[in-house]
Design a binder for this molecule. Sequence first.
Ligand code: NAD
Length: 484
Amino acid sequence: MTATTTTPSRPVEVRGPQLLIDGRLTGSAEAIDVVDPSTGQVLTTVPAATPGQLDVAVAAARRAAPGWAGTPVAERQERVRAFAAVVRENVDELAALVTCEVGKPLFRARSEVSSGLAFAEAYTRMTLDDEVIHDGVGELVRLRRVPVGVAAAITAWNYPLMLALCKIGPALVAGNPVLVKPSPYTPVATLRLGELVRDVLPAGVFQVLAGGDGLGVAMTTHPGIDKVSFTGSGRAGRAILAATAPTVKRVTLEMGGNDAGIVLPDADPGAIAADLYAGGMSNCGQVCAGLKRLFVPASRAGEYADAIAAVAAGVVVGDGFTDGVDMGPVQNAPQLRRVQGLLADAVGRGAEVYFRGEAPDGPGYWHPVTLVRGAGDDVPLVAEEQFGPVLPLLTYDTVDEAVARANATTFGLGASVWSPDLDAAERVALRLDAGSVWVNQHPMLSPDTPFGGRKQSGLGSEGSLLGLHAYTDVSVLRIKRGAA
Ligand code: NAD
């Protein structure tokens, strides 16, 4: 593995973008320092919305809600297309800001924005027509899908723009004003998005408020917010479920995962090693539905270790603006310490590091690609979501055993099975408890397909018509005929 240590100049000017509240760009008495993970230095300072500013934003959203809900769906979809067009025109700047604050390579930041746009725009091609349940002589019964009200979109730091766009699209198309709160670690690109699109939608329909976890708590308990769509950790997801209960808010929770991948005995290590590696290490291992527990047949463990290590040896870790870099730093200092701690603990319990790559020495939150074997299922590196560039290789003797161990977790986000025999792979796939089960790929998301967690990995789905319906309530209209 090669590591680069130079820090090239940024192709974007990182100013402190403003909050977007009620159609106006505004600062705040409070601020957040945003750190560049590749240097550990402050990148910029952005305003943090105060409780009073949240109240102003919620009031603006509630004022805008009836007008937006009453706007025909086709017109709302046209506005969302216009919103997407502005994002597309500014993709260079937005992707560069994502690279600055997340650390990921620029080409991956571009692909993050493109994927987010694909999700947001998919909702502009869906219909929200009433369904006629009964149309008889005596009665007409119609199911309507009405906007929920005011939506809050709370996002994590690993894909700030993609996560935001995946929530903004369906919230707006379904007729809800939306307040977006990015992670305090990565608020810059989302705030800039608000600046860029401020004139595309009526005041109050789209607002961006940066802030810490406390702002998230204030949103999830605010009586003026009707729906919370959250992407982040299990810890925060559970807190949100409890916090939203008193006001019976609608919630969509996209939480963490600890995905298993089971390689069947007939698979070819050389053919799948690159995909297994990417499944676990993409975005520096910071992917909710990344491959986090790799099960291979015990009799072939050495072949898999060699094949995956050979792929890892070609990976370049370094600054995201440098050509040829495949992987950036871990996004923040606490996450780096957590990954380092999980690895040290696993090694202390007898796990073997069979490959350790190179990474810049620092400053910055660098961690080398690290491949581990010999850790038991109860070791926290395996049992918990590691969310970093460390992939444990686990061995099994029978497929039944591998399936049982893969399912023996409270997580249920994704899982995969690998084999050239697609029928055999499908039979195993059907036994895995996860919201998405992939064969010969991991992960794979697309806008027309629901994505969500089973068990404690989440509640509800994003993507597809299910993702749009998640921003609506059902209201039934029953008209008695011939009575009056
Ligand atoms: P986090 O839960 O710490 O923070 C996510 C967001 O929630 C941030 O904006 C944060 O300020 C806010 N928040 C935190 N506590 C809150 C509370 N009590 N009430 C309201 N808001 C609160 O998560 P993170 O560290 O930013 O992200 C990493 C986690 O996100 C990982 O577990 C990862 O698996 C998960 N994730 C899941 C998906 C998915 O689609 N399932 C996608 C990406 C990331």
